[in-house]
Design a protein around this ligand. Structure first.
Ligand code: UT7
Length: 329
């Protein structure tokens, strides 16, 4: 596999903000409970006329602009999402058209909160094989469309957003992709799912009346799995690559709950300054948390060219993912 690098990053969050106090007016909750149990202060919510592809296009255009290229140079587009505009055509098709990526193929990747790291792994291998030169990996989710704002156990957690990274060939010795470890444990499927709307239980008047088209979660089961697996899969990847946790400049974990992040980081022996947290601003944006956290980490001067960065996530499935990259710009 040839050396590959992340050469650009673009993000988008919708301007409208939903605060904890706003939510306390909608369900029986409080700013104190949400902040203490999750670390979230506010999240961004898309207006009704904005769908996942719209946010994905904004993020993609920002990445292309940073790199100074047009969409026609892109070879493949991977959109990681659990909230596609439609079941088909894929969101990747909608993005391809909007950014003028005339020679690109692409697809949607469903891996929930692990989606973006799976996407990075896939993109790295497409470029690493020598068959693709520019692959755009986008994480985009409009979680507000599948959240029950009458369910206080889920509605406080999620927000909307998108992020895109461009993967390209790198010279030997240039900072780039170091390694990956991704897994599925399908026994965890029932703990986090959307019950209706697929081929198992198609949409009907009954499924709508029973509120089965929303995120359905056993929070404690997900929490326990996430703490254990996020720490372990990251430790396994570091061991396979012969890297100590102290060598990692920044761990950029999926932002689902500050307590999950802190526990996983503690299991890995990471110091607080090695862990990126921005959940207070965006909540859990599913496939978009990692690019958004990377953008903020760069802006805050927490990582720079050559630094070793650990992306890690756990999500519905259960899916788990870890990637090590040396940041290339
Ligand atoms: O990216 C993957 C996606 N999901 C996750 O990563 C989520 C993983 N799970 C979690 O983050 C946590 O389990 C939650 C934040 C969802 C819940 O926190 P918890 O500390 O596990 O709370 P709990 O479920 O044990 O509930 C404790 C209490 C319950 O009341 P009782 O039964 O003790 O009277 C809940 O009904 O807190 C209550 N509760 C709330 N109270 C105020 C649950 N949600 C709320 C709320 N406001 N929003």
């Amino acid at each position: 596999m040839r050396n590959v690098k992340i050469s650009a990053l673009g993000c988008y969050v919708p301007p409208r903000v939903l605060t904890n106090d706003d939510l306390a007016k909608m369900v029986d909750t409080s700013n104190e409970w949400i902040l203490e149990r999750t670390g979230i202060l506010e999240r961004h919510i898309a207006d009704p006329d904005m769908a996942t592809s719209d946010m994905a296009v904004m993020a993609a255009k920002a990445a292309l602009e940073q790199r100074g290229i047009g969409g026609e140079e892109i070879d493949a587009i991977i959109v990681c999402t659990v909230t596609p505009d439609h079941m088909f055509p894929s969101t990747a098709c909608l993005v391809q058209h909007q950014i003028g990526a005339k020679k690109a193929w692409g697809f949607d990747l469903i891996a929930a909160c692990s989606g973006f790291v799976y996407g990075l792994t896939t993109g790295a291998h497409l470029v690493g094989a020598g068959t693709h030169k520019k692959v755009l990996v986008i994480g985009a989710d409009t979680m507000s469309r599948i959240i029950d704002y009458q369910d206080r156990t889920t509605c406080v957690l999620f927000g909307d957003g998108a992020g895109a990274m461009l993967i390209e060939p790198a010279e030997e010795g240039e900072p780039g992709f170091v390694g990956f470890k991704n897994e599925i444990d399908g026994s965890g499927g029932p703990a986090l799912k959307m019950r209706a709307g697929g081929s198992r239980l198609p949409a009907s008047a009954e499924t709508v009346a029973q509120r089965l088209h929303y995120v359905d979660q056993d929070g404690q089961a997900v929490f326990k799995f996430a703490v254990r697996r996020m720490g372990d899969i990251s430790a396994d990847l570091l061991a396979e690559c012969g890297i100590q946790s102290s060598d990692v400049k920044l761990m950029i974990p999926h932002q689902a709950n500050i307590r999950i992040i802190n526990s996983a980081a503690h299991r890995l022996g990471m110091k607080p300054e090695q862990v990126m947290i921005n959940i207070e601003r965006y909540g859990n944006t599913t496939a978009a948390t990692i690019p958004l956290a990377t953008r903020d980490a760069i802006a805050e001067g927490k990582m720079a060219k050559g630094d070793l960065v650990l992306f890690t996530a756990v999500g519905a499935g259960f899916t788990s993912a870890a990637n090590l990259w040396r940041w290339a710009y």
